[in-house]
Design a protein around this ligand. Structure first.
Ligand code: SF4
Length: 344
C-alpha cells in the first residue's frame, strides 16, 4: 500500500555519503562508506549501531559538521554540504538537534530563558513580551514551569535539562529534529518520560525525527523505519517492527540478542554458545584486510566469500535492504541455536 509518507519528497536525503577522517600516522578512517538515509515528513527514522558504527556521522553530515568526501546531503530539498553562515541560519529554521548531553546546548552562565531566546534571536525575533511569552510557553509544553526561565541550568536535574534542550530545539518550530543519543544519559524511568514527550510533540506538530541510538530497544519504541549500521556501512534497513522481530542481518540479531533477558539461565547459555561460535569462526576463517563483509570477523555464519567479497545491499521481501551473502539462509542456523538456548 502507498502512503502519503511514501509519495512526499524526503525532508532529509543522504545519498551515498562518504566521510573520511585522517588519523595520526597518515591512515584514513572511513566514518561513512556510501551511506544513504532518508527521512520523510512526519516519520521517525531510527539509526542504530554501536560506538564507531558511523551513526552520529550521519547526524554531523546533516548539520554540515562532517568532512564530506563524496555523496550528497539535502534538507528540505536544499543541498547542505557547503553552507555559509546565512545558509546555516536558514537551515536552523527547518532542522534542529537534541544531543545526548543537554549541556552542549545550554550555556551554564545564561539563564534558561536567555538560552531559549537565542534561537529566536537568530531568526530575528526581537526582545519583548511576545518573545518572553514564547519562551514561557515552550517551557510549559515540555512539562516545566515558566518560572524556570529565571534559573540556571545547574539548578535542574539531567531529565529536566533534557526537557529544556528539547524546548530550545522546538522553539523555532522546525520540521525535522535530529535526536543524537538524546536519552542515553538518562535513567530508564526518565528515558521513558522523555521518549513519550517526543512522541506527543511529534503528533502535535507533525515533526519528523532522525533518532540515533546505540540502544535497539529505544529505536524500536520510537521509530517506524530503521537503519542498522556497522563500521560506517548500512547493514540493514526496513520497517522497524520487521527488522526487530525478524532481522535480515546477523548484526541486527546480535544487537537484539545482547539486550538483557530476565532469566539468568537463558542469559548464561546464550553467552556460552556465543563464545563457542566465535572461537570456532576465529579458528577456521582467515582474516582478509578490508575487502569483504565488515562484520565477518564477528559473524557466526561467515564463510570464505564473506572474507573476500563485500556484500551489496539487496532488497528484502518487505521493501527493505540487507547486506549479507547468506540472507536468508543464515536464519536456519540461528533458529537451531535459539532452540538450544531455550531447551529445558
Ligand atoms: Fe555474516 Fe557473511 Fe552475512 Fe557478513 S555476509 S553478515 S559475514 S554471513
Amino acid at each position: 500500500m502507498t502512503t502519503a509518507h511514501d509519495t512526499a519528497p524526503p525532508l532529509l536525503s543522504v545519498r551515498e555519503l562518504d566521510v573520511r577522517y585522517r588519523r595520526r600516522g597518515g591512515t584514513t578512517l572511513r566514518a561513512a562508506d556510501h551511506v544513504s538515509v532518508e527521512v520523510r515528513a512526519g516519520e521517525t527514522v531510527g539509526v542504530v549501531g554501536e560506538s564507531g558504527s558511523g551513526k552520529s556521522t550521519v547526524a554531523r553530515a546533516a548539520l554540515g559538521l562532517a568532512p564530506i568526501h563524496g555523496g550528497s546531503v539535502h534538507v528540505a530539498g536544499r543541498d547542505v554540504t557547503h553552507l555559509g553562515t546565512r545558509g546555516r541560519r536558514d537551515l536552523s529554521r527547518v532542522m534542529q538537534v537534541v544531543f545526548q548531553d543537554p549541556n552542549a546546548s545550554l550555556n551554564p552562565y545564561l539563564t534558561v530563558g536567555r538560552s531559549l531566546a537565542e534561537p529566536l534571536e537568530v531568526q530575528g525575533v526581537r526582545a519583548g513580551p511576545a518573545r518572553e511569552r514564547q519562551v514561557a510557553e515552550a517551557l510549559e509544553r515540555v512539562g516545566l514551569s515558566s518560572e524556570a526561565a529565571a534559573r540556571y541550568p545547574a539548578q535542574f536535574s539531567g531529565g529536566q535539562k533534557q526537557r529544556i534542550a528539547i524546548a530550545r530545539a522546538l522553539i523555532v518550530n522546525p520540521q525535522l529534529v535530529i535526536c543524537d543519543e538524546a536519552v542515553s544519559a538518562l535513567d530508564l524511568s526518565v528515558q521513558a518520560q522523555i521518549l513519550n514527550l517526543l512522541v506527543e510533540l511529534q503528533h502535535e506538530r507533525q515533526l519528523s525525527y532522525l533518532f540515533i541510538s546505540h540502544d535497539i530497544e529505544v529505536v524500536r519504541y520510537v521509530s517506524g523505519r530503521l537503519y542498522v549500521m556497522y563500521l560506517g556501512q548500512v547493514m540493514e534497513t526496513g520497517p522497524t517492527p520487521r527488522v526487530t522481530a525478524d532481522p535480515a542481518h546477523p548484526y541486527t540479531q546480535e544487537l537484539l540478542d545482547s539486550a538483557p533477558v530476565a532469566d539468568p539461565r537463558v542469559q548464561r547459555r546464550r553467552h556460552v554458545l556465543d563464545q563457542e561460535r566465535r572461537a570456532a569462526q576465529a579458528s577456521t576463517l582467515p582474516a582478509v584486510g578490508g575487502a569483504g563483509c565488515p562484520f565477518a570477523p564477528r559473524c557466526p555464519y561467515a564463510t570464505e566469500v564473506c572474507r573476500t567479497t563485500r556484500p551489496p545491499l539487496a532488497p528484502t521481501p518487505d521493501g527493505g535492504l540487507v547486506a549479507c551473502h547468506h540472507f536468508p539462509g543464515w536464519k536456519a542456523s540461528r533458529d537451531a541455536a535459539h532452540a538450544l538456548i531455550a531447551a529445558p
